[in-house]
Structure formats: structure tokens, C-alpha cells
Design a protein around this ligand. Structure first.
Ligand SMILES: Nc1ncnc2c1ncn2[C@@H]1O[C@H](COP(=O)(O)OP(=O)(O)OP(=O)(O)O)[C@@H](O)[C@H]1O
Ligand SMILES: O=P(O)(O)OC[C@@]1(O)O[C@H](CO)[C@@H](O)[C@@H]1O
Length: 315
């Protein structure tokens, strides 16, 4: 079973407009609502691929109740931890041409007791020895920047591998503290983490090795249209496929992480699956999750120890 923790879940509302007029009144032609938040998306993808999972999340107010209901409708096992303030709503505006504008709310302010209750719920599940713990997304107000350091400590105490997908200061704190099995930044998040621009494959590998040196076993760096790089202490792999026309890239990183965790295989095969899941996700609208028959493993090429001089945009 793969346990996921989404500290700042959301109701993801999407509105489709012909062309977004900034500053004007726009009338939507279609509207959707999905259960959202990065860890929740990982669980949704795992469920779609028959991998047992449990999503731990704080929920508050009517929107929190709606989120729990949507997870139930989609057959995603969830452990909601009640909080006083309302679960946030994140808004996606999709234009007919495919341009997507996203506005994410900060989320509820959790009290110290609520943060402790969330961590206690995670620890209770870690004691049952899941195969892995994934935590992903931003932190709600009130959660300390060292939140993921504490999660990593709990995972270590129960010897459960911990994979993290977050950004900014919470990522920096967790990486510096170490003890992570996997970190999944995109290239911009990794650049921010190491404080320099990443132009070539060699730049990414070097930056990822700094993360590894600080105590992370492997770094999965997603590169958008250019595929992904997996970097460990000794080796690196790149995987990517032919150009495609995306419908929505929202949640592609979550599908990538789910694909990496969804089965066994050597590092190259797991990376191939990760990239195939990400590619399948971008062909779907909104944060719809890819199904098994939409995964095209054969389209993805894997290269072991790719040439460090290659520019990322040439991959
Ligand atoms: N334009 C694209 N064309 C082909 N594949 C894409 C494209 N964008 C994303 N992907 C696939 O999805 C994966 C994840 O994308 P990306 O690097 O944008 O993740 P991310 O920034 O974490 O996304 P998000 O935070 O929105 O979930 C890529 O590694 C790739 O396989
Ligand atoms: O604000 P965060 O936590 O960084 O990201 C939240 C979010 O944008 O991530 C998912 C897509 O990856 C969406 O379901 C959700 O709205």
C-alpha cells in the first residue's frame, strides 16, 4: 500500500472559456470539479492502476466535505483529519486554444493542534508498514516550514521510504535535513533549490547530486516536454518521447510520480513508466488521471548516463 499525505488539498474547479479576457466578465462554457492536491492526485492515479493506496488529508467546512465525497465517488480510500477552517478551492481557467491559467488559494490556517493531529494520523498509518509514503504539494498556513522534515522523521522511525514533491523553503528544509528516498522537483524547482540556472543535462545531474549528497537516495527531475531525468549517487538516466500536443499539463507531475511508484523494475524501467504516465496525463483534460490502456510505454526511450553537454531544450 502506498500512503499519501496532502497537507493542503483542494477542490479543483475548472472553467472553460473561449478566450480569457483579463479585466472583463468572462462566461464559461463548461465547468468541472475534481478532488485536488498533489498527493491526492498521486492516490487517484494509483487507484486507476490497481495499486492499493490511502490518502491522508486535512478537511474543513462544506468544501472539505465535498472533497471527501468526491474521493469516495472515485473510489479513493481516504483518511480525512478534521480541521476548523474551510478546505481551499483552486481555480483553473482553460481557454479553447489550450492555454491554462491556474489560481491556487493559500488554504486554511491550521492550528498547532491540527498540524499535530495530521502528523499523528500519518504516524498511525506508518506503523502499519505501507510500501512507501508520498507527501506532495504546498503547505497550508499554520504548518511550519519544517513540516516535511518532521514527516521524514516519522517515515524514518518506521523504516518507510519517503518520496517528496514540494517546492520553495519547505523543500529546501527537507532536502537539507536528509533521510528521503526520492525527491521529485521539476527543473525550475531544482534550480531554485540550488540557486543557479540549469541549462544542460550536466547542470541538472550536478544539482541533483548535491541533493543526493545531502541525504536523498534519488532525484526524479521532470522536464516538462523534455521528459525526465533520474539521478542517483553513481548513475543517471533520461527518458522522453516524441512531441505531443498537450490538453492540460496540470497534474502531469503527480502522474509522473505515481507512475514511478506504481510497480517494480530497475531504475530505467521505472523512469520509463513515470514518463509514460506523465505523457498520458497531459493528453487528458484538467487533472483527469490516465488509465492503464492510455499508457504508451513503447513511445518512451530511456538513455543511461545521457551526455552531460546536451541542452535540456534539445532533449
Ligand atoms: N508538453 C509536454 N509534452 C510532453 N510531455 C509532457 C509535457 N508536459 C509534461 N509532460 C510530461 O509530464 C511530466 C511532468 O511534467 P512537468 O515537468 O511539467 O511536471 P510538474 O512541473 O511537476 O507539473 P505539475 O506541478 O503541474 O504537476 C514530464 O516529465 C513529461 O513526461
Ligand atoms: O498549491 P499546490 O499545493 O502547490 O498545488 C495544488 C495543485 O495545483 O496541484 C495539483 C496539480 O499538480 C492540483 O490538483 C492542485 O490544484
Amino acid at each position: 500500500m502506498i500512503l499519501t499525505l496532502t497537507p493542503n488539498p483542494s477542490l479543483d474547479r475548472a472553467l472553460e472559456v473561449d478566450r480569457l479576457e483579463v479585466g472583463g466578465v468572462n462566461r464559461a462554457e463548461a465547468a468541472w470539479v475534481h478532488p485536488g492536491g498533489k498527493g491526492i492526485n498521486v492516490s487517484r492515479v494509483l487507484v486507476a492502476h490497481g495499486v492499493p493506496t490511502l490518502a491522508v488529508l486535512p478537511v474543513g467546512g462544506a468544501d472539505g466535505a465535498r472533497l471527501t465525497e468526491l474521493l469516495g465517488e472515485q473510489g479513493v480510500p481516504a483518511l480525512p483529519v478534521p480541521v476548523a477552517e474551510d478546505t481551499r478551492t483552486n481555480l483553473t481557467l482553460v481557454e479553447r486554444g489550450g492555454t491554462t491559467t491556474k489560481v491556487n488559494a493559500p488554504g486554511p490556517a491550521l492550528t498547532e493542534d491540527e498540524v499535530e493531529a495530521l502528523l499523528a494520523a500519518v504516524e498511525q498509518q506508518l506503523a502499519l508498514q505501507p510500501a512507501a509514503l508520498v507527501s506532495a504539494g504546498s503547505l497550508p498556513l499554520g504548518a511550519p516550514e519544517c513540516f516535511f522534515v518532521r514527516v521524514a522523521g516519522l517515515a524514518a522511525r518506521h523504516a518507510v521510504p519517503f518520496a517528496l514533491d514540494t517546492s520553495g523553503l519547505p523543500l529546501t528544509r527537507a532536502v537539507r535535513s536528509g533521510g528521503l528516498a526520492l525527491v521529485k522537483p521539476n527543473d525550475e524547482e531544482l534550480a531554485e533549490l540550488v540557486g543557479r540556472e540549469l541549462v544542460t543535462v550536466g547542470d541538472v545531474v550536478e544539482a541533483a547530486r548535491e541533493v543526493v549528497a545531502a541525504g536523498t537516495r534519488a532525484v526524479l527531475v521532470s522536464l516538462g516536454a523534455h521528459g525526465a531525468l533520474l539521478v542517483s549517487a553513481q548513475r543517471s538516466w533520461w527518458a522522453g518521447g516524441p512531441c505531443l500536443v498537450p490538453q492540460s499539463t496540470v497534474g502531469a507531475g503527480d502522474s509522473t510520480l505515481a507512475g514511478f511508484l506504481a510497480g517494480d523494475g530497475d531504475a530505467g524501467e521505472r523512469l520509463r513508466r513515470a514518463v509514460a504516465f506523465g505523457r498520458a496525463a497531459v493528453l487528458l483534460p484538467g487533472t483527469e488521471v490516465p488509465l492503464p490502456d492510455q499508457i504508451q510505454l513503447d513511445d518512451v526511450r530511456v538513455v543511461e548516463d545521457p551526455d552531460p553537454r546536451t541542452a535540456l531544450k534539445e532533449l
